[in-house]
Design a protein around this ligand. Structure first.
Ligand SMILES: Nc1ncnc2c1ncn2[C@@H]1O[C@H](COP(=O)(O)OP(=O)(O)OP(=O)(O)O)[C@@H](O)[C@H]1O
Ligand SMILES: [Mg+2]
Length: 537
């Protein structure tokens, strides 16, 4: 409201003129504008997108604050010009991107979109999706473009990781299946040639048989590594102090390494107890140490460390397979040749090797990978070409564990017996072989090719002391079911399972159920004899 006084000739105020205007509409408009501005600011903050506004006439470009994040620095020093964008596009992409932009502007189209790489100020590559639309004047001339840019670098890295792990998963299924079958064959070859080597008197023939035993053992080793990669190696996890385990291995490691490689072992005091299969972990460590040795032909330093670490939720978001929590880490680091990113990415693949033919089978890290995963752990390679390598294994820390009991294992002599053993095994070769082996050891043997057949044999037989059964058998009754039924009928019947790899029926998450006795294929006669006596006694 405006008020104006009116005066007469003497200067006396006689009237006031008041003018009232209705500004409700203006206030409303101001409020709406304020709200729109605020909303825009909130939206540009809420999306991670960079929002940009390009004035094609003046050449000025406005960008929201998120742009600093893509460049990887603070929001201040970005000039509102095209060059603040074009200068950072990957040299291999910049031509294509600008071409496509020009085509849209000149070609009378409205929408532009492109996916390209960006070089951040620290030199790292970012991946972005950029989109915009063109605003034209009445004559159709492009005068302005507005758009948004999305940084998809993290998402692409995650997708890549997922693809890698799916690939390893698929390869694992395949190799696991093949290795399982080979295991059965090797069991027969190994057992028979061992017997042959003993029976043959003629030295040359005997030597041939012995060579076959060696070859079969080597094959068994190989299939064992494949099964480990496929996470199908039966594990026997026990509470273990990793620092003690590493210390116990020191003499062996020292002997494995040539003199011009220094070995240092660093322990954090009391890193905690983990539940792992100690002998498999020995093998895994040895594989890592051999790799480190091979990477340091001209000498260097090998460091083994144990430490208590926490993998937090942040780490877990970057590594989707990790459960956040307390872990005990064991790392093997070298100062060797290192790996480029392609090699590091493929290093876990079975049969991936950069070593000369005959020098490496490409199964070392595959075994380490499978074993770590099967033990509920996590594995990570840090490596750069020329900068050495560090492989870290993380195992979940067991809460409230006391120090583990010392394990002492002595080898018994090849000892047989006269007890009655019932065999259930669907593979004809393996069954016949087992039967022969056990008879040689003095046992009384009955053999069956399936669960139902074994149950019938049990009914017909007199006293049976031990059921020796394969775990996976066709015919609607697996080894575990057979064992349950047989023990229901004959309480006190001892049971020994055999398997190449074990599935859920017996190995729960890759572990033996407590109290279950398992003989892994392929086994030597010594192992067979020993295990049978151990279960019987
Ligand atoms: N410490 C390391 N430094 C550099 N490169 C390594 C290291 N460890 C592994 N690699 C690379 O990863 C590849 C695969 O390793 P892996 O242990 O699986 O197989 P390998 O050592 O080639 O053969 P194998 O272990 O079966 O004898 C190696 O050939 C090598 O290129
Ligand atoms: Mg190796």
């Amino acid at each position: 409201m405006d008020i104006t006084p009116l005066f007469d000739d003497q200067g006396q105020c006689t009237h006031f003129v008041a003018v009232q205007r209705d500004i409700t509409e203006r206030k409303k408009q101001e409020a709406a504008l304020h709200q729109a501005q605020q909303r825009f600011q909130l939206i540009s903050r809420a999306t991670n997108d960079v929002i940009w506004d390009y004035d094609l006439v003046s050449g000025e470009v406005w960008r929201s604050d998120a742009y600093a994040g893509v460049l990887g620095d603070s929001p201040t020093e970005i000039e509102p010009v095209m060059e603040s964008w074009t200068n950072f596009i990957h040299p291999d992409d910049v031509g294509r991107v600008l071409d496509s932009l020009r085509k849209v502007i000149d070609g009378g189209k409205d929408l532009w979109g492109s996916e390209y790489r960006f070089i951040r100020r620290n030199g790292k590559v970012a991946h972005v999706i950029d989109r915009g639309f063109v605003i034209r004047d009445q004559s159709g001339k492009a005068i302005r473009m507005v758009g948004s840019m999305l940084d998809i670098t993290d998402r692409m890295a995650m997708e890549q990781q997922l693809r890698e792990s799916q690939k390893l998963e698929a390869v694992g299924h395949l190799t696991g299946g093949v290795a399982h079958d080979f295991n059965n064959l090797l069991t027969v070859i190994l057992g028979n040639t061992e017997t042959l080597a003993e029976l043959l008197d003629e030295p040359r023939m005997r030597q041939m048989a012995e060579m076959t035993v060696l070859a079969a053992k080597r094959g068994a080793e190989l299939t064992g590594r494949l099964l480990a990669f496929a996470r199908r190696q039966p594990l026997n996890p026990k509470p273990t102090d990793l620092s003690q385990l590493v210390d116990a291995m020191r003499p062996l490691l020292r002997r494995t390494l040539p003199e011009h490689i220094d070995l240092e072992i660093v322990h954090q005091p009391d890193p905690g107890i983990v539940e792992v299969d100690a002998s498999e972990l020995d093998t895994a460590l040895l594989n890592l140490v051999v790799n480190a040795r091979d990477a340091m032909r001209d000498g260097g330093k090998l460091t083994i460390e144990t430490a208590k670490v926490v993998l937090d939720s942040h780490y877990a978001t970057q590594h989707p397979e990790v459960t956040p929590g307390d872990y005990v880490m064991i790392s093997v680091s070298d100062t060797g040749v290192g790996m480029d990113s392609t090699t590091a990415q493929r290093a876990f693949e079975p049969f991936f090797t950069t070593k000369a033919v005959g020098k490496g089978s490409g199964l070392g890290l595959s075994m380490v990978f499978g074993f770590t995963k099967q033990s509920g752990g996590h594995i990570k390679i840090y490596s750069e070409k020329g900068e050495g390598t560090s492989v870290k294994l993380y195992f979940p820390q067991v809460q409230g564990m006391q120090q583990p009991a010392g394990q002492a294992k002595t080898r018994a002599d090849l000892e047989g017996g006269t007890e009655h053993i019932l065999i259930a095994e669907d593979d004809d070769l393996v069954r016949q072989h087992l039967q022969a082996q056990l008879r040689v050891l003095g046992y009384q043997v009955t053999a069956a090719a399936s669960g139902p057949e074994a149950m019938a044999a049990l009914d017909a037989a007199g006293n049976v002391d031990l059921l020796l059964t394969d775990i996976i058998m066709p015919g609607g009754m697996n080894g575990r079911e057979l064992a349950e039924r047989a023990q229901a009928k004959r309480p006190g019947l001892k049971v020994l399972f055999t398997s190449g790899y074990t599935e859920n029926a017996i190995v729960h998450h890759g572990r033996l159920d407590p109290g279950v006795e398992l003989l892994s294929k392929p086994y030597t006669r010594m192992e067979l004899a020993e295990k049978i006596r151990a279960v019987l006694d």
